[in-house]
Structure formats: C-alpha cells, structure tokens
Design a protein around this ligand. Structure first.
Ligand code: KIV
Ligand code: ZN
Length: 519
C-alpha cells in the first residue's frame, strides 16, 4: 500500500460548526489560503446548501484557492448535490462529499427510513454526484454505531456507484482506539471492492480519543484522515490536524506513513484559526499550546540545556515557532518590517504593508520592544480585517471609585466625524454604549476576553468580543482589538465587530435557515 496519508481538512465545515464560531467570507478565504500553504490535500470549504453565506464562501474559495482539492458537503439529495456542485465547480480539483446516516438510531429517529431506502439513497446520491465530477466522497454518518454488515453493504454499493473515497465517521466520538482500528481492518477485509476507493476516517472527540482513533485507523490501513486545525468542531471537536500530522511524523518508524503537510506552517495556521474563530488554545494543548515546548522543572531544564532530546521529542522550530524572534523597535524601518512579515508568512499587498507599518510605528511609540507575536497581532487584528466603516479617532474616559463611568468618543465613519458620550456600569460598558449611539447598531455583548500578547508591563493587550446585534437573524460577530491601553483595545474590538455587522449587511450576507437535520 502507498505510504501516503491524505489530509482532509474540515476546519471550515465541521470546525465552523463549533458552538459560537461564525466566520465571514473573507475570514474563510484567509484560512483556506493558509491551509493551502500548509499543504493539506483537501479543503472542505463548507456546506453550500446550509446558507447563502456558506455557498458564497465555498464558491469564493473554489475560485481563488488553487493547487488543492476543494470539497463541498451535501446530504444525499439532488438539491444538496446540485448546490454543492454549483459552489465547488470553479476549483482546480472539485470534490462532492455526500453523506447519509447508516446507524439504526439515526434511521429510526432522524431519517425515518429503512435500511434498504438508505442504501438506495446512498447509491443514487453517489451516481448524481458522479455526473458532475470524478472525485466523489461518500460518508456513512454514524458509521461506528452502524450494524457492521449493513455498513459494509452500503460502502460496497457506494463504491460500485462511483465513490472514489469512502469515509467512516465516528460521528459521536464513541469509539476507542483498539475497537476503531479493528473496525477499519474488518471493513477493509469484508468489502470486496475496497481497493477501488480511498478509505477515510473522521473522528469526533467526545471521549478525547479522536486523534488516537484516527491513528489506530491509519495503523489498520486508513488512507485519509479528516481533521481540523486546533481540533475545533462540533461539541468536543474533531481530530486535531497538528496532532495527527506530528504523531505520524515523530513516530514515522512505527507508522511508516507520511503526509504532505509543511510542518513549519503549523503554528501560524493554528494562531490564525484561533484568532479568527475566537477559540483560544488551552496552554497545555499538544503541539500548539503555549506550554507545549516549555520546560518548567529544574531537572528538565538542566537536561534540555545539556542535550535537547533528553526531554524533547519535537522542537518548536519544526512547527514554525520562534524561528528567529527578532526584536524590532521604533527605529526599525519599513524594509525590516516587510521582511519580517514575509518571514512570518504574511504576504501582504502594498497597501496592507503600509497599514501594518503605520500601526507598527504607533505601537513602537508606546512599547520599547516589538516581538513577532506583537507584529502578528497587529496584522491579524488591524490589517487583515473587514473594511473599516468606523474608525476610532479619540477616546476619553472618566472613571474611578466615586464617579459615574463616562466615555466620550469620536469616530470617523463614511467621511464624517461622529461624536457621542455615554455613561455605563463601568468604563467598557460606557464605551460600548457610546459606540451604539453613534452607529445606531445596538448589540448584546456575549463575550469579553482580555489577554496580554506578550509579557511585561508594556505588553500589548488583546481584547476579543462577541456581539449579537439586537435586530437581525441571531448571527453573532467576533471582534478583536489590540493596544497597550486596554480600554482602547476594548473600543477597537467592539468597533471591529460592528464593522463586521455593517460589512455583512452590505454584502447581503444575511443567512438563510440552516437545514433542519444539518450535521
Ligand atoms: O461527523 C460526521 O459524521 C460528519 C459527516 C458529515 C462526515 O461530519
Ligand atoms: Zn463530523
């Protein structure tokens, strides 16, 4: 068997189904471009029938991200498959990924279909998809809880109908590694035409076993792993891409399999996904957590100083972390910033570089040393973002133990100078009320998060907010802002989210109802 493991990234589809995550078209495109740089084989860009926004995002990605297969998800229905094709057809290599559940639980309670009807629907769906493209993936949703003989019949029929990849999901994260490895081995032995298709696995993390189950499947012949960056996804998430990839790499002598991932892009991809989704990475997360390469105990530090491999099975450079960490300061010129940005993996337009340089200079006036993390925070929060309809021009706060917190703000918006003042329960509340008054967009603040980008008293504070506009279709918007002043960062974060609301209204991206039995 070929020793290649294909990496199918579903960050933009299953990952985007994480509670509270909602990315706009531009953010999805930025992530897709980065996934292409990372070297994933297939990008599942979305579920085109789910909403107009999803459709547009998949279509955009298919049109602009080249050199990688772009997949669109579709239930086993003509309407879904037609819509998926309409979106992915612009891709260099387009894949339709169609699915239907095969477990009795799903058949009885969700689909209200018999096994024979499901089998027929699966075959019909694959045949319809094959009329559009030669690259068709079929997934048997909830495969692990399906009756094995029936599952094998469905897989065999799907391959006969033209499926080129068959995916075996553990949809509810119920499997354990020994079982799941055996499950894949049995399928490979019992399905007579299995060598005509790629065998894929898709594991959820409800018991914290998604990566272990995926690896057990690979050890038993799976050729494709479906995963997400940082393991984000429905409920407890999906198998984490960086963990699967680094396990296969670090334990190559054991697995004897390889991927096409450019490992040095892992850290940057992880940061980008965390920033754009607002899903923070736990410090002890394997591979990309803040502590993943930190040695705290004296014995460990001593060992690593003497010989790194005493306590390190991987090193941070492998995943692109801190390759140089050059410190920049207020005397650094445009050229140095541009070079550093390229080294960090940002390929910006001339205008974006100018903006990044301007923001860098602003920061350098307040902060002596600017590290890679600061530069990345500037670019991701202030440069690669939606057009700024409203920009913060001036902010004055009056607050203390015996005064009513009051904020006076001046924004520029649509060529006008706009000013307002408001009182609030605290300075941040006062700022947000003043912004609401100016923009006329009233919102409920669902999340407010503040963290320091680097250490030190002059550290850059990064604020993340999630807002729900009081009128609209219950879609939430994430905003981020950075500054050495946390109140300014708070104002910028809120404005960033409001600008996204305005952008989405302008783009006509109001979502349609999601499908009732969406996955
Ligand atoms: O978890 C699941 O079963 C899925 C399928 C659509 C592949 O996401
Ligand atoms: Zn899934």
């Amino acid at each position: 068997m070929d020793d290649r493991v294909w990496i199918f990234d579903t960050t933009l589809r299953d990952g985007e189904q994480s509670p509270g995550v909602s990315l706009n078209t531009q953010e999805k495109l930025d992530i897709a471009r980065q996934l292409q740089k990372l070297g994933v084989d297939i990008i599942e860009a979305g579920f085109p029938i789910a909403s107009q926004g999803d459709f547009e995002a998949v279509k955009n990605i298919a049109k602009s991200v080249k050199g990688v297969t772009i997949a669109g998800l579709a239930r086993a229905s003509v309407k879904d498959i037609d819509r998926a094709w309409e979106a992915v057809k612009y891709a260099d290599q387009a894949r339709i990924h169609t699915f239907i559940a095969t477990s009795d639980i799903h058949l009885r309670h969700k689909l209200k279909m018999s096994r024979e009807q499901v089998l027929e629907a699966a075959v019909a769906a694959v045949k319809i998809a094959r009329q559009y493209t030669a690259d068709v993936e079929f997934s048997a949703e909830d495969a692990f809880r399906s009756e094995p003989e029936f599952l094998c019949r469905v897989i065999e029929a799907a391959i006969n109908a033209g499926a080129t990849t068959v995916n075996i999901p553990d949809t509810v994260g119920y499997a354990t590694p020994f079982e799941f490895g055996g499950f894949i081995r049995d399928i490979r032995e019992k399905v007579s035409n299995i060598d005509k298709a790629i065998v894929s696995v898709h594991c959820h993390n409800d018991l914290g076993l998604a990566v272990a189950n995926s690896l057990a499947a690979v050890a038993n012949g799976a050729q494709q792993v479906e995963c997400t960056v940082n393991g984000i996804g429905e409920r407890a998430g999906n198998a984490s891409l960086e963990e699967v990839v680094m396990a296969l790499y670090t334990r190559h002598p054991f697995f004897g399999r390889h991927t096409g991932i450019r490992k040095e892009e892992i850290y940057r991809t992880s940061r980008m996904v965390s920033n754009l989704t607002g899903m923070k990475i736990q410090p002890n997360k394997a591979i990309v957590g803040k502590n993943a390469f930190a040695h705290e105990s004296g014995i460990h530090q001593d060992g690593v100083l003497k010989e790194r491999t005493t306590y390190e099975i991987m090193n941070p450079e492998m995943i692109g972390l801190n390759i140089k960490n050059i410190v920049l300061g207020k005397h650094s010129g445009r050229h140095a910033i541009k070079d550093r940005l390229v080294e960090l993996g940002y390929h910006l337009s001339v205008e974006e570089i100018e903006k990044a340089f301007f923001k860098f200079k602003e920061l350098a006036d307040k902060k002596r040393e600017i590290k890679d993390e600061d530069l990345a925070a500037i670019v991701e929060n202030e440069v690669l973002t939606v057009p700024e309809t409203y920009v913060l021009d001036y902010l004055h706060i009056s607050s203390g133990t015996s005064v009513i917190p009051t904020a006076t703000l001046r924004l520029t918006g649509e060529g006008e100078i706009l000013e307002e003042a408001a009182c609030g329960d605290g300075p941040v509340d006062a700022i947000y009320k003043a912004i609401d008054k100016i923009t006329g967009i009233t919102c409920t603040l669902q999340l407010y998060n503040l963290h320091a980008v680097t250490g030190g008293k002059d550290a850059l504070g990064e604020v993340t907010v999630k807002i729900l506009p009081n009128s609209g279709n219950k879609k939430t918007f994430l905003g981020r802002g950075v500054s050495t002043d946390v109140l300014e960062a708070s104002a910028k974060a809120y404005l960033n989210a409001v600008n996204k609301v305005v952008f989405s209204q302008k783009e006509g991206m109001e979502l349609t109802e999601p499908p009732k039995d969406g996955v």
